[in-house]
Design a protein around this ligand. Structure first.
Ligand code: DAH
Length: 340
C-alpha cells in the first residue's frame, strides 16, 4: 500500500521535473516533494500507522524514493545550468574578423604644419624662435618701425584699437623692436604669431591671420645675406628647383625693400592656372633694416646692419597644400582638416 503510494509520488515527481522549464520551477518541485511539508515527509509522518516490524522496510523505501528524486532533480538542474551557460556564450560571442571601429584622432592644422616647416628651416640656420604680444603698444607696431602718426602706411592697415595707444598688432614686425631692445647682439630670430586687421572675410582675407617675422642684425650684414638666406628658405620649403626673384618695393622699416617671388612650383615657371600664368608667385616682403629703425632701438647703424622679412603663414599653407579659399583654414571642418 505504502509502496504504491511512494511509486505514485516518485512518478509524479519525475513527471513534474521533466516538465519544468526553469530553475525556479525545479525548486518548486523540490519543495513540494522533499520539503518539510512535502509529500514524502507526509508519508514518513504516517509511519505511526505501520506495524513496527515493517517500519525499517518502509523507512528504507522512503529513503530510496527520496534519493532517486534528488538524483533526477540534480541532473535536471545541472542540465539547465549548462544550457543557460551555452546560450550566454553564444549570444556574447565576439567576431574577431569584423572590421575595427576607427578612432577619430586629431589632425594637425595646415597652418601648424607650415609653421613647423618654416621653423625647421630657420632653426637649421641657427635662428631663435621668439614671440611677441598680440595686444601691443602703438609704439612697437608703428612708431618704432618708422611709421609715425599721419604716415599713409598707418592708415592702410585697418587697425583694431583698444585705446588710443594700445592696439591689436597688425603685423609681427613689432617683434623686431622687442628683440632689438633686449640689447643682445647679434640677432638671428624668427617671430611667428597672430595679427589682426579689420578686414572683411573673403577667400583671401580674414580679420585675424598669422605672420612669421624674421630678423638678422650683425656686423657686415648685406643684401646678399638676405638673398642667400631667403633663396635657401624657398628651396627648402618649395623644392630644390625653386628660383627666387626680388622686386623693388617699399616698406617704411626697410631700405631698400623688396618683395620676393618664387618660381611656380606647379609649372616650374612656364605659367599655369596656379600662378595665374605669371610663372612667379609672390611670397614675402623683405629688406635691409632702416638705419633709423636700428637707431630708435639703440643699435648703432654705423656699426651694425641687418635684414628683415615678413611671411604670411596662411599664404604659405594655402600654396603648399593647394587650398584655394582661406576660410577653410578657420572653419575647423573636420572633413577638411582630416586631409592633413
Ligand atoms: N610687416 C609687413 C606686412 O605686414 C611684412 C614685412 C615686410 C615684414 C618687410 C618685414 C619686412 O620684416 O622687412 O606687410
Amino acid at each position: 500500500m505504502i509502496k504504491e503510494t511512494l511509486e505514485a509520488i516518485q512518478a509524479q515527481a519525475l513527471k513534474q521535473i521533466s516538465e519544468s522549464d526553469g530553475l525556479e520551477k525545479l525548486n518548486e518541485v523540490r519543495v513540494n516533494f522533499l520539503g518539510k511539508k512535502g509529500e514524502l515527509t507526509a508519508v514518513l509522518k504516517s509511519m505511526k500507522d505501520v506495524a513496527p516490524e515493517d517500519r525499517p522496510k518502509v523507512g528504507q523505501l522512503v529513503n530510496e524514493t527520496r534519493a532517486q528524486i534528488e538524483e533526477v532533480l540534480k541532473n535536471a538542474q545541472e542540465k539547465m545550468e549548462r544550457m543557460a551557460r551555452e546560450a550566454a556564450m553564444k549570444s556574447e560571442v565576439i567576431d574577431v574578423t569584423l572590421p575595427a571601429k576607427k578612432n577619430n584622432v586629431g589632425h594637425r592644422h595646415p597652418n601648424a604644419i607650415a609653421l613647423e616647416e618654416i621653423e625647421r628651416v630657420f632653426i637649421g640656420m641657427g635662428y631663435e624662435v621668439v614671440e611677441g604680444p598680440e595686444v601691443e603698444y602703438d609704439y612697437y607696431n608703428f612708431e618704432a618701425l618708422n611709421i609715425p602718426d599721419g604716415h599713409p602706411a598707418k592708415d592702410e592697415q585697418d587697425t583694431f584699437y583698444v585705446t588710443k595707444d594700445i592696439l591689436l598688432r597688425t603685423q609681427t614686425s613689432g617683434c623686431q623692436v622687442h628683440e632689438m631692445e633686449k640689447g643682445r647682439l647679434p640677432i638671428r630670430m624668427i617671430a611667428p604669431g597672430r595679427v589682426f586687421r579689420s578686414d572683411e572675410v573673403d577667400a583671401t582675407h580674414s580679420p585675424s591671420f598669422h605672420q612669421v617675422e624674421g630678423m638678422v642684425v650683425d656686423k657686415d650684414i648685406t643684401f646678399s645675406d638676405l638673398k642667400g638666406t631667403l633663396a635657401q628658405f624657398a628651396k627648402e620649403m618649395f623644392g630644390e628647383d625653386t628660383k627666387v626673384k626680388f622686386r623693388p618695393h617699399h616698406f617704411p622699416f626697410t631700405e631698400p625693400s623688396a618683395e620676393m617671388d618664387i618660381s611656380c612650383f606647379k609649372c616650374g615657371g612656364k605659367g599655369c592656372r596656379f600662378c595665374k600664368n605669371e610663372g612667379w608667385i609672390e611670397i614675402l616682403g623683405c629688406g635691409m633694416v632702416h638705419p633709423h629703425v636700428l637707431e630708435m632701438s639703440g643699435i648703432d647703424p654705423k656699426e651694425y646692419t641687418g635684414f628683415a622679412f615678413g611671411v604670411g603663414l596662411e599664404r604659405i599653407a594655402l600654396l603648399k597644400y593647394e587650398i584655394d579659399d582661406m576660410r577653410l583654414l578657420y572653419e575647423n571642418d573636420i572633413r577638411f582638416l582630416k586631409q592633413f
